[in-house]
Design a protein around this ligand. Structure first.
Ligand code: ATP
Ligand code: MG
Length: 588
């Protein structure tokens, strides 16, 4: 492809709304353009990289035995009502919905469990027809609260979504593992460094669930990992081993009031009384659809609200307002204590306050705290759970070694769904014994654009993108440094023809621009291999082969150009994949 005949404009300025490196670089490289928040056009160059990512996903899914199909994007409300998701998704406002001329309601699919389950139920009647894994790679729509980071969190985006149907749990396990292995190969081929972590199963209601995380500063997720045993989890889901309590081994002294005028916050009380925060019991008041809840945890820890929601079995959980706190507990914010709470509020405690004695906490009235509180003696706890947020340095729940916390981008998700949808929609089959059973399902997703953007997050430098070979829009950029010089132009043209004839993907910068401009653009575009044809080296019969990765230059005789390019390409190509899976760390 000749640049002079292509549609490509690189951009100097950084787009105003771009916070992520990938968003900046993909825009500056002329690969995407913003149309509206979370809605982008891909240029021909952008589409090439996007397609390469998509192709890798398709090849590996086909290899794993999954079957590609197409489900509608425009889906009727009735379908979503059968699973009960219309109301929830509409309430979360994630669903784009519209009406037709007759008043019928539709949504633009954010995912397609209902559609695929309906399709399978109309065709599958016997266990002999199972298992089957179906997938599509199609545009999804979600009215995200915060569309941002370009392709990373769009409102319209391309997603691989796969669905497995099995006769039993053991079958689901096999289908799930096949997807896990395919995911590892996919992200490996994309040149990504990733980690696989346990994920929260959320409101969708299922059991096992894992996320594929690309570690990067811009990641919106926090990932907890143990370097010693390989345990990894999304922070939302992460557990910890038991943290040693400050009160371990102490005997309880008596409860006494202390005046703490105007000291409502943990930090204020800690400073005022000259204690450490882990001496305190934090009382968080939440409102839920089941009424008010007081959650107790150690003063130095934060609540993981996802875990707390699960522990309480509620769907809605939000910190109560000042008025609500007083109404529910009788104490103002900052002075709530676990003792003397009205019996109408539910009290749940985190394991971090188990056995607490000599603790400091609110006295239940303004400007007063208590010290010497013994939780078992002085308060009534309705239930115990683990909902303190894991922190770096906390003990690993498996092996006790200190945990690390990093930022991650969720590029893929695999999920054992179970029978939630097959039961709701009636996707049943007859088993060997002639009994009717619901299919056991798994659901799987990969963001194509997000994967591409993650590759740029991991592979760039100060001058631009450094594409992994597999995702580069073009593998090679040929640059004629002086297009006005006939000798240079002829040599570059000939080389362009030669590389093309060898089946290589070449983007030829044949524009009439200064070398400085061309080099800047070449660095920004970041194709892995660059070939420079310039007047000076040409006089010596040489051309230059440059690796974008480290900008190392090899001057080679003109006649050996093709061989040198092929050798560098070989060097940059990912190693062949092991048969079973990829090399990503984390347990399957
Ligand atoms: P997130 O938590 O980031 O919102 P999710 O858990 O809602 O994502 P899934 O429903 O699991 O996402 O979707 C499967 C995959 O689709 C994700 O792993 C991600 O790669 C991709 N994806 C989800 N939402 C978006 C989006 N708004 N833009 C681009 N890709 C997305
Ligand atoms: Mg997810």
């Amino acid at each position: 492809m000749r640049w002079s005949k292509y549609f490509l404009q690189t951009v100097r300025e950084v787009p105003g709304d771009a916070e992520a490196v990938s968003h900046v670089l993909l825009t500056r490289a002329g690969m995407m353009r913003r149309v509206a928040g979370g809605i982008y056009s891909l240029t021909p160059l952008g589409l090439r990289a996007h397609r390469k990512t998509e192709t890798i996903v398709r090849e590996e899914m086909d290899r794993a035995g999954a079957l590609e199909l197409e489900l509608p994007i425009l889906q009727p409300r009735e379908l979503w009502e059968q699973s009960g998701r219309w109301e929830r998704y509409a309430r979360d406002e994630i669903l784009f919905h519209l009406k037709d001329r007759r008043g019928g309601e539709y949504c633009l699919a954010p995912t397609a469990e209902e559609a695929v389950t309906t399709l399978v139920l109309s065709g599958v009647t016997s266990y002999r027809q199972l298992p089957v894994t179906l997938y599509q790679i199609r545009t999804k729509f979600r009215d995200e609260i915060r569309p941002r980071f370009g392709l990373m969190r769009g409102r319209e985006f391309l997603m691989y979504d796969g669905y497995s149907f099995d006769a039993d749990a053991a079958g689901l396990d096999r289908s799930y593992r096949a997807q896990d292995a395919a995911y590892r190969r996919i992200f490996e081929r994309c040149g990504l460094e990733f980690t696989v972590v346990e994920a929260d199963s959320g409101a969708i209601g299922g059991r096992d669930s894992q996320e594929f995380m690309v570690l990067a500063e811009t990641g919106e997720d926090a990932v907890v990992r143990c370097g010693a045993c390989g345990y990894g989890a999304n922070l939302e889901k992460a557990e910890t081993g038991r943290r040693p309590g400050v009160w371990d081994g102490e005997t309880a002294s008596k409860l006494e009031d202390v005046e703490t005028p105007g000291k409502g916050g943990i930090d204020d009380v800690v400073a005022f009384l000259g204690i450490t925060a882990d001496r305190m019991i934090k009382c968080l008041v939440y409102e839920t659809e089941q009424g008010f809840v007081v959650a107790l945890l150690r003063g130095d820890l934060d609540a993981n609200e996802v875990a707390l929601k699960h522990a309480l079995g509620v769907e809605h959980l939000a910190l109560a307002s000042e008025e609500e706190v007083e109404k529910a507990t009788g104490a103002p914010v900052g002075y709530v204590g676990p003792h003397g709470l009205p019996s109408s509020v539910r009290v749940i405690a985190d394991e971090s306050v188990r056995g607490a004695v000599n603790a400091v906490t609110g006295a239940g009235r303004k400007d007063w705290h208590v010290r010497g509180l013994a939780l078992d003696r002085d308060a009534k706890v309705g239930g115990w759970a683990l909902f303190a947020k894991a922190r770096a340095g906390d003990p690993c729940p498996r092996c006790g070694s200190p945990l690390a916390v990093a930022r991650g981008i969720e590029v893929g998700h695999i999920f054992k769904l179970g029978t939630k949808y097959s039961e709701a929609l009636g996707c049943v089959f007859t088993d060997e014994k002639g009994e009717t059973r619901p299919a056991v399902m798994g659901t799987y997703g990969i963001g194509v654009g997000r994967t591409l953007a993650s590759a740029v997050e991991q592979h760039h430098d100060a001058d631009g993108i450094v594409w992994p070979l597999a995702l580069a829009p073009f593998e090679i950029e040929l640059v004629s440094l002086n297009a006005a010089d006939a000798a240079v132009r002829d040599a570059a043209d000939a080389l362009y023809a030669e590389l093309g004839a060898a089946g290589l993907e070449v983007f030829y910068d044949d524009r009439d621009e200064r070398p400085g401009v061309k080099f800047k653009d070449a660095d920004l575009l970041g194709f892995p291999i660059r070939v420079n044809v310039g007047g000076r080296s040409l006089k010596e019969g040489k051309i230059e082969v440059v690796a974008r990765r480290d900008k190392s230059v090899r001057a080679v005789p003109r006649g050996e150009a093709l061989a040198a390019v092929a050798a560098l390409r070989q060097e940059l190509a990912p190693l062949p994949l092991p048969a079973g899976g990829g090399r990503g760390e984390g347990q399957p």
